[in-house]
Write a protein that binds this ligand. Structure first.
Ligand code: GLU
Length: 418
């Protein structure tokens, strides 16, 4: 049955699900329930621009599964935001939360807009109108948004404030990834990028590699890629290539990551940095290296370019960067992929810690959060690695099977209502 969210990205998520279902051993009713999201809402947000005109922005929130608890997932601002994209990303969030054994299902939402083209005042009005229209569908026990592409702590603060104004009291637990001053968690900002490197370290341990001798390429220099690059640099790995929307940079002797961050802070992007060779995105993906971290966006490695990758390990910091056709080519070439639902789960895991801290009004310190995160990611990594060995599957199939089984067990126990 083809539904409204049936787009190429949603088909990618469904294809992955069908592959995993073959070995997951779940009953037909469970499989049928998990193939589509439980709920999807669409909005058009009327927003006053700084010049006084009113523009309409399409916006969405998709909740894939509430079997294990409230739904959880980011809100992105991007011109590619659509119902199908949110549905695919919401399904991935379900597997991610379940794999990490967080008491959540998956959700995702967003506004179709170009965040860079708007002033802070316009972004504030877009966000507040979205939060207000979303209010009946979200809640600390129902659905808890977080940052995603082009949204950040400030965006979450606006949502928290708008929701709290409606209630008449502060509700910090309505969103995660908010500023520490209003109940955010220390280490949430770094959690996704730092988590990516924790998973890489764990994989290096299994592969018998020394992280400090690895040559790495990082696609994307935002909250995930930028922080992962810093963590790799701090751990003495050599980062030979990075990129952002302005293009890529290459230095076979290793890039000066702190200098790149200083350049981005001063200029807004990597554009104009002249202490490395400028390359295109396609050249970046084809650089010879040990570890390629995909931390930009979905659909980057496809059937067309998977054959030209020259790395030994692919690491998914973004959601959905590798298509099923690319998965098959890389498997054939013997290049393992550390899959998104495991590798970038550091963000939602510390979001969970943030929500727990907000609900208990009791806050933990940075070391405690870092240690608990390393423990959770390490445990999930070991389960995925061992299942992949036991079943001779890819790491992606193993991660999805492990996640799906957690949700399936809950759905079996609860049954279908009524
Ligand atoms: N947007 C992030 C993700 O895709 C974080 C979600 C969250 O913290 O709820 O995993």
């Amino acid at each position: 049955m083809s539904l409204e969210w049936d787009t190429p990205l949603f088909q990618q998520a469904q294809t992955q699900l069908e592959r995993a279902l073959v070995t997951a051993g779940v009953s037909d009713f469970v499989a049928e329930r998990l193939r589509n999201p439980e709920r999807a809402v669409m909005f058009t947000l009327p927003v006053r621009m700084d010049d006084g005109t009113i523009r309409s922005f399409p916006a969405y929130r998709v909740q894939h599964s509430s079997v294990l608890g409230p739904t959880k997932g980011g809100i992105r601002y991007d011109l590619g935001v659509s119902l199908g994209e949110c549905a695919a990303l919401a399904m991935w969030m379900t597997w991610k939360c379940a794999l990490l054994r967080l008491p959540y299902g998956g959700a995702k939402g967003g506004v179709r807009c170009d965040a860079r083209a708007h002033s802070q005042a316009e972004l504030s009005r877009i966000t507040r109108r979205f939060a207000s229209d979303l209010a009946p569908f979200i809640g600390p026990k129902q659905d808890i948004p977080a940052p995603d592409m082009a949204t950040n702590e400030q965006t979450m603060a606006w949502i928290m404030d708008t929701y709290s104004m409606g209630k008449g009291y502060a509700v910090p637990e309505i969103v995660t990834g908010k500023p520490v001053s209003i109940g955010g968690s220390v280490f949430r900002h770094e959690a996704t990028g730092a988590g990516v490197v924790m998973v890489i370290e764990r994989a290096c341990g299994r592969l018998g590699w020394e992280l400090a001798t690895q040559r790495c390429v990082v696609q994307g220099f935002g909250n995930v890629g930028g922080i992962a690059a810093t963590e790799l640099y701090d751990k003495r790995a050599t980062v030979v290539g990075v990129s952002d929307i302005s293009g890529g940079l290459h230095d076979p002797n290793g890039l000066d990551i702190p200098a790149l961050h200083a350049h981005v802070a001063a200029n807004g992007s990597l554009e104009g940095y002249d202490r490395a060779r400028r390359i295109s995105n396609e050249e970046l993906l084809a650089l010879e290296c040990d570890i390629l971290v995909l931390a930009a966006r979905e659909d980057q490695v496809t059937g067309e370019n998977a054959g030209s990758l020259r790395c030994k390990l692919v690491v998914e910091g973004a959601n959905g960067p590798t298509s099923p056709a690319a998965d098959a080519i890389l498997a054939e070439r013997g290049i393992p992929i550390l899959p998104d639902v495991l590798t970038n789960a550091g963000g939602v895991t510390v979001s969970y810690f943030e929500w727990v801290q907000d609900l208990s009004r009791f806050f933990w310190d940075r070391d405690e959060i870092r240690n608990r995160l390393a423990e959770k990611l390490g445990d999930a990594f070991d389960r995925v690695w061992e299942l992949a060995e036991e079943r001779s599957t890819t790491l992606r199939d193993a991660a999805l099977i492990a996640g799906i089984r957690e949700v399936a067990a809950a759905l079996e126990a609860r049954g279908i209502y009524p």
